[in-house]
Design a protein around this ligand. Structure first.
Ligand code: AMP
Length: 442
């Protein structure tokens, strides 16, 4: 199928061509006509499937078809809610890029960690498409610096992640500010009962579209596990980067502290690296990402939440310096590579403490990941597993609104910081408890 068969305006087809997209991805082929037809939609799709263009292109088309009056401020006509600051900035960048040949459509992203006042000024000038994280949007609603009463289309992007991050109460509050008559689009990697309950509450006969999960489509990602002793992970990482001459690698740690530590250690070994996590100011995070994309930094070390939704084209290497506590995060992490047709490699450095976590992951992706011991980094069988110590939970750094209950313990995104995510009930997960009693064997 070609893009031209989807009914999009010529200006949008022009941009699509400029982006080098030759044909719509499966989610785009299904979502674009449905959105154009005005239907509510539930899209089961993760990042990397092309879902952003899947909702942005038809949204732009619809707004361009009905320009607002020449006088007066443009009311917000479309609202896109996303879980993280980075995703907000990226989605808005996509809106801007895809819409650049259209008659002027203004878009803005608002999220926490950056000044409130400039956002107020931008909102005053009039915005057609607002991309926002829930907390900062609520701040604007409370201060009456944004008016959502004319919203025609609502998009909830990465809804599962928003719920994981405890944003459900905020989402409900935002929904209360929207007009009843509107189109609703919800994208989520999974459709848990909680998501379905949320959707039941505000969507009208949504069309359900599901595309292959990332882990089903992950053939383009070569995955391997390098067994290694706990204390030798940093050396092994430096070795892999230099011996493989890796130019651009995204490395995941479980904690902010671990991310900083590792980045410092790499810099000391002469490898340009930086860390990106919620304790860093937004400008510092943006700068690190920009330098990474431009090739000025070779290694970007990130926590899961900070990395969520990062769109870095054709990222060749992803390293799990530590396995995530939640197996599904592994799928999200490796989804940073091998995106939309390019190949990539995901390497996990796994020590004896993490065997239970590895088993959880292999069970989830329904396959065994190949194991390769790197010469010189053989396992010392005398080293026994230790329980995995959770990172500090950023307590004093958290600023939680007094009236906003939340689920996962921390409130990341636009108000709090990225604390290591520790979903309810998983604190002493069976895997990490088990691993204390096992020796290293496959
Ligand atoms: P997303 O799932 O929205 O995060 O998109 C993942 C990546 O796919 C982005 O880098 C897009 O630029 C790219 N992309 C989106 N649509 C297409 C397409 N039709 N063909 C090739 N690449 C695409």
């Amino acid at each position: 199928m070609s893009f031209s068969a989807l009914g999009l305006r010529a200006e949008l087809l022009l941009t699509v061509g400029e982006q080098g997209y030759t044909q719509p991805t499966p989610i785009q082929a299904q979502a674009i006509p449905a959105v154009l037809a005005g239907r509510d939609l539930m899209g089961g799709a993760q990042t990397g499937t092309g879902k952003t263009a899947g909702f942005t292109l038809p949204l732009l088309h619809k707004l361009a078809e009905q320009p607002v009056g020449a006088h007066g401020r443009t009311p917000v006509r479309a609202l896109i809610l996303v879980p993280t600051r980075e995703l907000a900035a990226q989605v808005q960048a996509s809106v801007y890029t895809y819409g650049k040949h259209l008659p002027k459509i203004r878009s803005l992203s608002v999220y926490g960690g950056v000044g409130f006042h400039p956002q107020v000024q931008a909102l005053k000038r009039g915005i057609d498409i607002l991309v926002a994280t829930p907390g900062r949007l609520l701040d604007h609603l409370q201060q009456r610096t944004v008016d959502l009463s004319k919203v025609q289309v609502l998009v909830l992007d990465e809804a599962d992640r928003m719920l994981d991050m405890g944003f459900l109460p905020d989402i409900r509050k935002v929904l209360a500010h929207l007009p009843k008559q509107r189109q609703n689009l919800l994208f989520s990697a999974t459709f848990s009962d909680e998501i379905k309950r949320l959707a039941d509450g505000f969507m009208h006969e949504p069309l359900l579209i599901e595309v292959a999960r990332r882990n089903a489509a992950a053939e383009l990602i070569e995955q391997r596990v390098c067994p290694v002793d706990r204390e030798r992970k940093k050396d092994l990482l430096a070795h892999l980067i230099t011996s493989g001459d890796w130019k651009q690698v995204l490395v995941f740690t479980r904690t902010k502290h671990g991310a900083n530590n590792l980045a410092e250690k790499l810099v000391k070994s002469g490898i340009r690296a930086d860390a990106i996590h919620g304790n860093k100011s937004q400008p510092a995070r943006t700068r690190a990402l920009t330098e990474f994309k431009a090739g000025k930094i070779r290694v970007l070390v990130a926590t899961d939440i900070a990395a969520r939704g990062l769109d870095i084209d054709e990222l060749p290497h992803v390293v799990n310096f530590e396995l995530p506590h939640v197996a599904n995060d592994y799928v999200h992490r490796i989804g940073r590579t091998g995106r939309a047709g390019s190949t990539g490699e995901a390497v996990s450095l796994v020590c004896v403490d993490e065997l239970g976590l590895l088993r959880d992951i292999e069970r989830l992706i329904k396959r065994e990941i190949k194991k390769e011991i790197v010469p010189g980094f053989e396992i010392d069988p005398r080293i026994k597993a230790e329980p995995i110590v959770q990172g500090k939970r950023g307590g004093s750094q958290q600023r939680r609104p007094s009236n906003a209950p939340h689920k996962a313990g921390n409130r990341p995104g636009n108000r709090g910081q990225n604390a290591p995510r520790q979903p309810a009930g998983r604190a002493g997960s069976k895997s990490s408890r088990d691993s204390g009693r096992r020796a290293f064997s496959y």
